[in-house]
Design a protein. Sequence first.
Length: 220
Amino acid sequence: AQPLEIGCDVASYGLDFTSMHVRWGGSSMKHESYQGWGAKRIFERLKALAMECADMINATKPASAARVDSHRIPIKIDDDPEGRAISDFLQNEGYHVIPIGAATRSISGLYPNMRSELWFQLAKRARAGEVSFARLPKEVRERMRQQAMAVQWYLDGQGRRVCEPKEETKLKIGRSPDDMDSCNLSYLQGMDYQPAPEVVPNERREVFDPERKPRRKLFG
């Protein structure tokens, strides 16, 4: 069966957005963004979204088949301090939460950090025709396209591909790429393993320098 999973990038203060992305196999089914929501409101919406996802799956099953419970829907959340609080609330109520730390080392070891792995895994799937945003509203697709097309990558000193820091993307588009961050989380495969807990050293979080290294766009 194709997995139905939720990705959530949390931002409960400031100008950033909390974004939630639902994908079923290779199709994005829902996308929502909210600004200024507190932890309780985000927590309640994720629970309701998990219920909606369970209902989607159950609607495809014969009446005699076992029902999928909303607590079984994988919810992948960026494991920063804000996201960790939401994860704790959900886990305390028995939901299937998978924390993914963008600043931790990549799971595969092919990238210098998890943020790069999240972006590259989606780009690879998109190039293979395994991702579709056709079900999402036009304005959502256009916003996600703007964010995706802004991201560039370069090779680090060890020859590994690395996505530019989020701060650079913010400078280019005037906001955080929260929509694509939640999308990246939802499409990450291998949900049963956990990222290594080590945070990437500060020296890898480089500041913006347009003359630094040759760049390529991740998409397009």
